[in-house]
Design a protein around this ligand. Structure first.
Ligand SMILES: [Zn+2]
Length: 265
């Protein structure tokens, strides 16, 4: 068994020769707030990651099965981070699939588009210093998307699905699944609301990664402009208050040079 080096990006530790198809291990009912699903567990992949499929309705031997391929995002899915639209997409997918006759969500443990949790936070630090998401990943030595769809392809085959309709805006997912020999019979668009935190992220996805989001520059600019006006007003109020008041508590900062450290590492 190959040892996993935690500090190395997954892409580097990849060894295609070590890849063995994953297999279904167990199925259990999973009632959720989005409907009744079945959780399907698989053997760990060659990297040791465990993935699950959340299945609604009957899918074996079915064609045109609606499918969402979701990559794990701890900060978004669990903590509700507004830096990305992962949680919104996850909830939208489960709500939609839960209301359909059948559908599958593959939950892949490829955190941070495959670069891992720690590196994702390092990339965020770079973004805090003004780099966009693609630049930040490049500065850390990654492509802007390190996900691979080999495992997703194996899961679809193990579930016995004939063809899928992918819920995605990402052309790379469509291509990735076709490259795995999966018949993609259609695409179901996923459009999430823009907020001031994710506006630049979504625009970068559209402009630099080719995501089909139908975002218009003026709309995104309007969201950011509205925030700027709100911030300016708050700043003025703070300054007026702050000119007389002394701070009651010392301010702690977690190293303002985080981004620079990440960049030079
Ligand atoms: Zn996310």
């Amino acid at each position: 068994m190959k040892a996993r080096i935690a500090s190395m990006p997954k892409a580097v530790t990849d060894n295609p020769a070590a890849t063995t198809p994953i297999q279904m291990v167990s199925v259990a009912n999973l009632p959720t707030r989005f409907g009744n699903f079945r959780a399907v567990a698989f053997t760990a992949d060659a990297r040791g990651d465990e993935h699950i499929a959340i299945v609604h309705g009957h899918v074996r031997d079915e064609k045109d099965v609606p499918m969402r391929i979701h990559s794990e995002c701890l900060t978004g899915d669990v903590l509700g981070s507004l830096r990305c639209d992962c949680r919104d997409q996850l909830i939208h997918a489960l709500e939609t699939l839960g209301q359909m006759e059948r559908g599958v969500l593959l939950y892949l443990r490829q955190e941070g588009r495959g670069i891992g949790l720690t590196n994702k936070i390092r990339a965020y630090a770079l973004q805090d210093n003004g780099h966009d998401t693609v630049e930040a990943n490049h500065m850390l030595g990654f492509g802007d998307d390190e996900r691979d769809y080999n495992v997703a392809g194996e899961m679809v085959r193990a579930l016995g699905i004939k063809s899928v309709q992918l819920m995605t805006n990402n052309p790379r997912k469509l291509i990735g699944m076709k490259e795995q020999g999966i018949t993609v019979s259609g695409r179901l668009p996923v459009v999430m609301p823009v907020n001031r935190f994710n506006a630049n992220y979504l625009m970068t996805k559209q402009k630099r990664s080719g995501h089909m989001l139908s975002l218009r520059e003026p709309d995104v600019a309007a969201v950011l402009q509205a925030h700027e006006v709100a911030t300016k007003n708050t700043d003025t109020q703070e300054r007026d208050r702050g000119s007389k008041a002394l701070p009651l508590k010392p301010r702690f900062e977690l190293g303002g040079t985080t981004g620079a450290t990440a960049a030079s590492a």
